[in-house]
Write a protein that binds this ligand. Structure first.
Ligand code: NAD
Ligand code: TDX
Length: 331
């Protein structure tokens, strides 16, 4: 099995490469990553000898064609992934998330290669706080931000290529991930590293927004389950029933790091801030028999805090610039 992993130097992609080589040491893994500000080759250091690394863009159609031609399967993680950045400068999101996915689809179509598309629950828009409903594969697409609209657009391209050209493809839409190697721009690592730097954590608005947290290892085990057993053309929602509002998550980080419960600042809210996400993963659980293993959020968060403590050299180089960018926007 020769597998092309795009975005393999990013948060979820790097964890996926680690998990893949741990569970399937016989696989050949090729990583294609542009090493944008979000990509970090150091995230692959523990498996560097076992991976073929290619620096380049998924929007480079010639490069993508050459790499896909020699592979049995493509798992497409590469994306511009941060909502706040998409509000300031949407162009890279269109280029990578839409044009990049198009280049991959044309290559897998030409070479008859199996394709798995990594997407997000944000394509469904948001839910009210008091709504008992969760997202299902039948929920209509209703994205809010430039980021989520480009992810929705890329999902629709995949569906069209399945229907029109009969490519062998699956899609997964996952909820918010946490765990090691997540960039310090994102909520959980930002607050952990703020505490470790002696800075006050920053909560957008009142902090009532709900996210459905899943450990990155569980997201990736679900992707492997879909690669092994998923039906072509199908969409699978990935989630682990981990709904929590941002205030609760921050409260837990403060408790686990020994900080006073009020040692944080409320800052300017995100424009168009989605209220609540929640995944109904029944299809994945019942049809494919998947279940999450990291179901104790407190334990998972404590382990993640330990990881950031032990790996300061990995995140410290980005921290100052990320905080300067937030400060300039009052966040
Ligand atoms: P990330 O920002 O940490 O990593 C993205 C990676 O893609 C980086 O290594 C970056 O260098 C690379 N990349 C960016 N543009 C590229 C290009 N043009 N060509 C090649 N590589 C490029 O993102 P992440 O959080 O690991 O997310 C990975 C995927 O999972 C994305 O598709 C995202 O939409 C999806 N997703 C993320 C979450 C989450 O909670 N983080 C949840 C659901 C789905
Ligand atoms: O400093 C902060 N303070 C804060 O209150 C930051 C960075 C965020 N927040 C809030 C905004 C969200 O309600 O925390 C929540 C999580 O924010 P992010 O980490 O930026 O994630 P989100 O916007 O929910 O999107 C994430 O999950 C879905 C990923 O970044 C996406 O790539 C994925 O598709």
């Amino acid at each position: 099995m020769r597998m092309l992993v795009t975005g393999g130097a990013g948060f979820i992609g790097a964890n996926f490469v680690h998990q893949t080589l741990r569970d399937h040491p016989e696989y050949e893994v090729v990583v294609l990553d542009a090493l944008t500000y979000a990509g970090n080759e150091a995230s692959l250091a523990p498996v560097r000898e076992d991976v073929e690394f290619v620096q380049g863009s998924v929007a480079d159609a010639d490069l993508v064609d050459r790499l896909v031609a020699g592979c049995d399967v493509v798992v497409h993680f590469a994306a511009e992934s941060h909502n706040d950045n998409s509000l300031r400068d949407p162009w890279p999101f269109l280029q990578t998330n839409i044009v990049g996915t198009f280049a991959l689809l044309e290559a897998v179509r030409k070479h008859g290669v199996r394709y798995h598309h990594i997407s997000t629950d944000e394509v469904y828009g948001d839910l009210e706080l008091d709504d008992p409903a969760k997202f299902t594969p039948q929920t209509p697409y209703n994205p809010s931000s430039p980021y989520s609209s480009t992810k929705a657009g890329s999902d629709l391209l995949v569906r069209a290529w399945v229907r029109s050209f009969d490519i062998h493809a699956t899609i997964s839409n996952c909820s918010n991930n946490y765990g090691p190697y997540q960039h310090v721009e994102k909520f959980i690592p930002r607050q952990i590293t703020n505490v470790l730097c002696g800075l006050r954590p920053k909560l957008y608005g009142a902090g009532e927004n709900v996210r459905d947290w899943i450990h990155v290892e569980d997201h990736n085990s679900a992707v492997h389950t879909i690669l092994d057993q998923g039906r072509s053309g199908e969409t699978y929602l990935i989630g682990a029933d981990g709904e929590r509002n941002n205030r609760e998550v921050l409260g837990l980080i403060l408790e686990l790091t020994g900080q006073p419960a009020d040692a944080f600042d409320h800052v300017t809210d995100r424009a168009g801030h989605d209220l609540r996400y929640a995944i109904d993963a029944t299809k994945l659980r019942t049809e494919l028999g998947w279940s999450p293993r990291y179901t104790d959020f407190r334990d998972g968060l404590a382990a993640t805090i330990d990881w950031y403590r032990a790996n300061e050299g990995w995140w410290r180089p980005q921290k100052e610039q990320v905080e300067a960018g937030y400060a300039a926007r009052g966040q």
